[in-house]
Design a protein around this ligand. Structure first.
Ligand code: GLU
Length: 373
């Protein structure tokens, strides 16, 4: 099973963590970047499409600006990212140029992915680059990304890119070997789990305890990223990127790393985007009848089933749907603003007409824009 998935993965997104290619003390590690470039070039030579999501801008910028510690304030972090990103790209340019491979820099923010038009545009750009045989090297646009528009960590960004380009496999190269049964630093008898068929609560708990040693995301963000793309039919391999030759070996069927198996792709790209890329602006709490209409009868949401409107949002925004107990069970794009919905909630269509006036839509969330989680 594992060998087959790895062998058949034609399009691969490889996330390279900061600690693999840069350190605060010495800045970028060009030898390491060259070695990884060699391995990625070999994957391409075997007929696979490779896209890289690389961290390392901020760490590299810290060295260049001679900062004493990891910056806490946003402007300093952004300044470090700006000087570091060009150095990072320069190192990748040189490393791949030796191998006759052209690279392209692509910087994204959450905003680029949360707007469907921009999302599709990014998809076309990346597909065009791959068509030219260019290797895209993607990072978050840290220099402009303030909190609201940040993806926040590159494990998550890589999972969103894997969906964006319809990848077969997401590879997260890290300074840990994969997911262990226990924290290997505390328990020497911990063993590496080679195949994870399902991301259960138990797996998430294990991920909570075995964190990586440097970088933004620990094991928890990696497992969350795996879960997200798994819903889109993309499997995730977490593997140690420090060990020369390990990645090509694993992809060829050798031991190492942890493979998180994908589910059947049950959502279309658009519905996956609504469910996992968009962030809800607010919520609506529904009565039990509405919950059942949505979950078992595939209906659209009407105002009569809403008991509470939480937060402020505009028409077209993503919102979460809560059951009577407050548990989120669906997400969708809403047709009305929160202000209007507060007046409409609980009302039947005729009463809305009579009390508030004629509306453009009958449905609050149309079933085509609704995803049951
Ligand atoms: N985008 C950040 C950087 O290049 C890294 C974020 C992460 O490590 O997850 O420094």
């Amino acid at each position: 099973m594992r060998d087959e998935i790895l062998a058949n993965a034609k399009r691969i997104v490889v996330k390279i963590g900061s600690s693999l290619i840069a350190s605060r003390a010495t800045g970028l590690r060009p030898d390491q970047i060259e070695r990884l470039a060699d391995e990625l070039a070999a994957l391409r030579a075997s007929g696979r499409d490779v896209l890289v999501v690389s961290s390392g801008a901020i760490v590299s910028g810290i060295k260049k600006l001679q900062l004493k510690e990891y910056p806490k304030s946003l402007p300093i972090k952004q300044a470090a990212a700006a000087v570091g990103q060009s150095r990072l790209m320069w190192a990748y340019e040189k490393a791949f140029e030796r191998l006759g491979i052209q690279v392209a820099q692509v910087l994204l923010t959450h905003q680029d992915l949360a707007d469907r038009r921009r999302f599709l545009n990014a998809r076309y750009t990346l597909t065009a680059l791959i068509g030219f045989g260019v290797l895209p090297i993607i990072n978050e646009n840290d220099t402009v990304a303030v909190e609201e528009i940040r993806v926040g960590d590159n494990d998550t960004l890589a999972s969103e890119v894997a969906h964006l380009v319809d990848a077969d496999l997401l590879v997260i190269l890290s300074d840990v070997d994969g997911l262990y049964t226990e924290d290997p630093r505390k328990n020497p008898s911990a063993t590496l789990i080679p195949l994870i068929p399902d991301i259960t609560e138990d797996i998430e708990r294990r991920a909570g305890v075995s964190s990586t040693f440097e970088g933004t995301g620990g094991m928890a963000t990696k497992v969350r990223a795996a879960k997200k793309v798994g819903e889109y039919g993309v499997s995730t391999l977490i593997v140690n990127g420090e060990q020369a030759g390990l990645l090509p070996g694993v992809l060829a069927g050798g031991p190492g790393g942890s493979l998180f198996l994908a589910h059947e792709r049950r959502l279309t790209s658009r519905k996956h985007w609504i469910a996992f890329t968009l962030r809800p602006r607010g919520q609506v709490r529904l009565d039990q009848g509405a919950v059942e209409a949505l979950t078992t009868r595939g209906k659209s949401l009407l105002a009569s089933g809403i008991i509470e409107v939480i937060g402020e949002f505009e028409a077209g925004d993503p919102v979460g749907c809560l059951d009577p107990d407050g548990k989120e069970f669906a997400k969708g794009l809403v047709n009305f603003s929160s202000a209007l919905l507060k007046q409409m909630k609980g009302l039947k269509t005729q009463d809305i007409q009579r009390q508030i006036g004629p509306q453009e839509y009958e449905e609050v969330i149309h079933r085509d824009n609704l995803v049951i989680l």
